[in-house]
Design a protein. Structure first.
Length: 562
């Protein structure tokens, strides 16, 4: 297999991505919030046959531009409205991303390096996992990354460096950089341009304010970016004025300056997420960051050495920027997966060439980052077989205690992924010690990709069974009924995606207190967490209990017309 990948890397990585990312996309419900929120936007696009304006609950929604939702809507038109259609675009971008990484890596440092980089991205936990999701970031990050790469290609082309093959003229790379950045803005917003601009600024400072990219080319890049964004922003402005842009800016400021919707965290949140979530790349990336060799100190080579500088700057820009942002969500720092896996590949490549050594540092960091991946599944499995012990652990959280009443079938086979990961770790370390670097990389990163796949198969449906499955099934049971749906004192998009079949059905929002006390023309169904039942009964008038299950309470108020 290793030889086949080395012979046909572009095809092989595309095929690997298809094998790992396409199956079982619809095997579990969409998760709150972001997955189901985004899928609901696409669903409403399809049902309303309106692809220009974004809606949630059939009300205009100004938090995101529509680029990613267009992809989801297209997918839903192909596969039907559901989980598979919502997640399919990211699987496709996984199939695109891995060959693209090889393409860039091959250009800057040769075939073996390109293979190692694509392998590192494929076999690092979080990037691999995200290609099985329905969130925006895999698409958003791909376009930012390619935009920055093509800007770097433009700079190298204008300097006439001979040790990289760039067959197109410089203007092509400059304009394509703008096209990629423009698509990133359409996918999630102008932060794509901000990230690129910050990377360029920091690089400018690092070269002592020398103009490596002159003002006119930067203007052309920006115009190219703007032209692409006007595909939608211009049309939206023409028909609806500045409403979307103004509300979008206000929303981004809220995310930046506050712990929005409870998504807070300490300043080192993203550092911890990337450290553990990017196993096994973390150990090799840290090694590349701190290790300097003679070539790096003396060489003026702007390709292999220069690209490391660009990627290091990108990493720190992402980490610092999103550590400052007050809202903390795991995928906010996901753009860092590109520089982390690049640096990991660089370390592997240097070890492969004999310029660096596989050191104790690698083993220590690999061991540290491995430990929660081994311990957590074992603990989950143990609590699954012994829910009463779990209830004692979570005794102060009534919702978590009630979650453990879910009827989940644990077989003992759930230990298989953990055993596999430990074997992969041992065999990988052994290969590196024997200086079989490429084999070690394939074992470690390839084995981790298999582990992620198996974890999803063995654990995700069970985790969902404890967390949200009962709630989703409740909303689904009301989809064809003419009624109101109300989530009391918690925010969820599952009631929209799974409980509403068209724009004529009303979903109450959390400010709709008349659904609790006032006259209603049709039944209103309530869902809330069990620790909110006392509050609910104090506020609701004539509400009847339907049932309680797995931490959720379900009530109804019958139609009362005065």
């Amino acid at each position: 297999m290793i030889r086949k990948i080395q012979q046909y890397p572009l095809f092989s990585f595309g095929l690997l991505a298809a094998i790992f990312f396409l199956p079982f996309l619809g095997g579990v419900h969409l998760f709150d919030w972001d997955e189901v929120n985004f899928a609901e936007i696409a669903r409403e696009m399809v049902l309303m046959d309106n692809y220009l304006q974004i809606h949630v609950n059939y009300i205009p929604f100004t938090e995101k531009p529509p680029g990613f939702f267009w992809l989801q809507a297209l997918s839903m038109n192909l596969f039907g409205i559901g989980e598979y259609g919502a997640r399919f675009p990211n699987a496709v971008f996984g199939i695109i991303t891995l060959p693209s990484i090889y393409y860039v890596g091959n250009k800057i440092n040769g075939r073996t390096f390109g293979i190692l980089w694509a392998l590192a991205y494929f076999g690092t936990i979080l990037p691999n996992l995200y290609f099985k999701s329905g969130i925006i970031d895999p698409v958003f990050n791909y376009f930012i990354f390619m935009g920055l790469v093509y800007l770097i290609f433009y700079i190298w082309k204008t300097k006439n460096y001979m040790n990289i093959h760039l067959p197109k003229n410089a203007l092509f790379y400059l304009l394509m950089a703008g096209v990629f950045t423009g698509f990133a803005i359409l996918a999630k917003g102008p932060v794509a341009y901000l990230i690129t601009a910050l990377v360029l600024f920091v690089y400018w400072v690092s070269v002592q304010f020398k103009f490596f990219l002159k003002p006119l080319p930067f203007l052309l890049y920006s115009i190219s970016t703007l032209v692409v964004t006007l595909i939608w922003y211009g049309v939206e402005y023409y028909y609806n004025g500045p409403t979307f842009i103004l509300e979008f800016i206000e929303r981004q400021w809220t995310i930046f300056s506050t712990e929005d919707a409870g998504h807070g965290g300490f300043p080192g949140y993203h550092l911890i997420v990337l450290f553990f979530g990017c196993f096994p790349a973390t150990a090799f990336a840290i090694h590349a960051m701190i290790n300097k060799d003679k070539e790096e100190k003396t060489s003026a080579d702007p390709i292999a050495i220069g690209f490391k500088k660009w990627m290091t700057i990108l990493f720190w820009v992402i980490l610092i920027l999103f550590s400052i942002v007050q809202s903390k969500i795991v995928h906010y720092s996901s753009m860092a997966y590109f520089p982390i896996t690049y640096l990991a590949a660089l370390s592997l490549f240097k070890i492969y060439k004999g310029e660096w050594k596989f050191e104790k540092l690698h083993k220590v960091i690999l061991g540290i980052t491995l430990s929660p991946l081994v311990i957590a599944p074992i603990l989950i499995n143990f609590i699954g077989f012994n829910p009463e012990i779990g209830k004692k652990i979570f005794a102060k959280d009534p919702f978590a205690v009630a979650n453990l009443d879910a009827d989940i079938n644990w077989t003992g086979l759930e230990i298989i992924p953990t055993i596999l990961l430990v074997i992969v770790f041992v065999l990988g370390i052994r290969a590196f010690k024997k200086r079989k670097t490429v084999k070690g990389a394939f074992v470690l990163f390839g084995g981790t990709a298999v582990w992620v796949f198996l974890i999803l198969v063995f654990f995700v449906t069970k985790i969902e069974g404890y967390s949200q499955n009962e709630n989703v099934e409740f909303w689904k049971s009301k989809k064809l009924e003419d009624c109101y749906l109300f989530s009391y004192k918690y925010k969820t998009y599952t009631k929209l995606f799974y409980g509403v079949n068209g724009p004529n059905k009303t979903v109450a929002n959390d400010k709709g207190w008349h659904y609790l006390t006032g006259p209603i023309k049709k039944p209103v169904y309530f869902s809330f967490k069990i620790n909110r039942e006392e509050d609910f009964l104090k506020e609701a008038v004539n509400a009847k209990l339907l049932y309680r299950k797995n931490g959720f309470c379900f009530y109804v108020r019958d139609a009362v017309v005065k």
